[in-house]
Design a protein around this ligand. Structure first.
Ligand code: ADP
Length: 255
């Protein structure tokens, strides 16, 4: 179903940890209905940027807007309610919870799955659950996890837990979806499934931001690529432009 995506814009964003300038005057935009990949060497500031956008960290200076509205000082709960969802590199899933329950819990926990068991045990959760079952089933079909719906989530292989992270984010029907290394640890088939799911989310109108090490996947999937290096934007362009960029080759690919 169509999603009304929102333009994500970051302007002159800076963040330091002690004396370590993780981001310096970073400006970029991610458009609705487009996949924007964020790449760069380890320590270049990609995760910090995601954490600022979803309100886990506070910026030192600069702007962050979604569909024109500032979220730079909003709480992570508020940002989640505004339709910005993210996945985590290392999904935390408590034992004793099925794949379907994890997806449904995505409705209620924007945060890392830490609150998940508490949420699942609450009377509120049981009441609303029926309403969400159908939506969860759709998302489990889309992500190829439907045959595992009643399996214990924590027992899944890593690749499927990563896909489950994506599914958990999708149940919120996000305007902006931030994917943190969603493909790492996935085998070729799983990467293909992930790529197809991400394309469908994009085509539904969502603003997709992809932080990803797999350069081939980025080239195949991204509409725009932003390259970070040492906390700044090194280059920005289409996959073809980035692939041909000599500075990117030197900095990022090391060739
Ligand atoms: P990337 O995701 O591109 O690998 P990060 O955003 O994780 O880069 O890190 C950018 C810089 O910020 C690094 O020097 C890292 O050590 C530092 N950094 C990130 N998060 C924290 C934190 N919570 N506390 C202190 N330093 C941090």
């Amino acid at each position: 179903r169509p999603i009304s995506g929102g333009m994500l814009e970051v302007g002159k964003l800076s963040k330091a940890f002690g004396g370590n300038q993780a981001l310096r005057d970073v400006s970029l935009r991610a458009e609705p209905g487009k996949i924007t990949a964020l790449i760069g060497p380890n320590g270049s500031g990609k995760t910090t940027l995601l954490n600022l956008v979803c309100g886990f960290y506070r910026r030192d200076s600069g702007s962050i807007t979604v569909a024109g509205a500032s979220i730079a000082t909003a709480s992570s709960d508020r940002i989640a309610r505004l339709g910005i969802a993210r996945t985590f590199q290392t999904p935390l899933i408590p034992p004793g919870i099925t794949v379907r329950e994890v997806v449904i819990s995505g409705r209620y926990t924007a945060d890392r799955a830490g609150f998940l068991s508490a949420v699942l045990r609450s009377p509120h959760f049981r009441r609303v659950r029926e309403r969400d079952l159908q939506r969860a089933t759709e998302i489990l079909r889309l992500t190829g996890l439907i045959h595992l719906a009643d399996s214990e989530a924590v027992a899944l292989p890593l690749g499927m837990r990563r896909m489950l992270e994506v599914a958990r984010a999708l149940i919120r029907e996000p305007k902006v979806l931030l994917l943190d290394e969603a493909a790492s640890g996935l085998d070729e088939n799983e990467v293909r499934t992930l790529a197809s799911v991400v394309r469908q989310i994009r085509d539904a109108g969502c603003t997709v931001v992809l932080v990803e090490h797999n350069f081939d996947l980025v080239l195949a999937l991204a509409d725009r690529i932003v390259v970070l290096a040492r906390g700044g934007v090194l280059a920005e362009g289409t996959p073809a432009e980035i692939e041909a960029n000599v500075r990117v080759r030197d900095e990022y690919l090391g060739v």
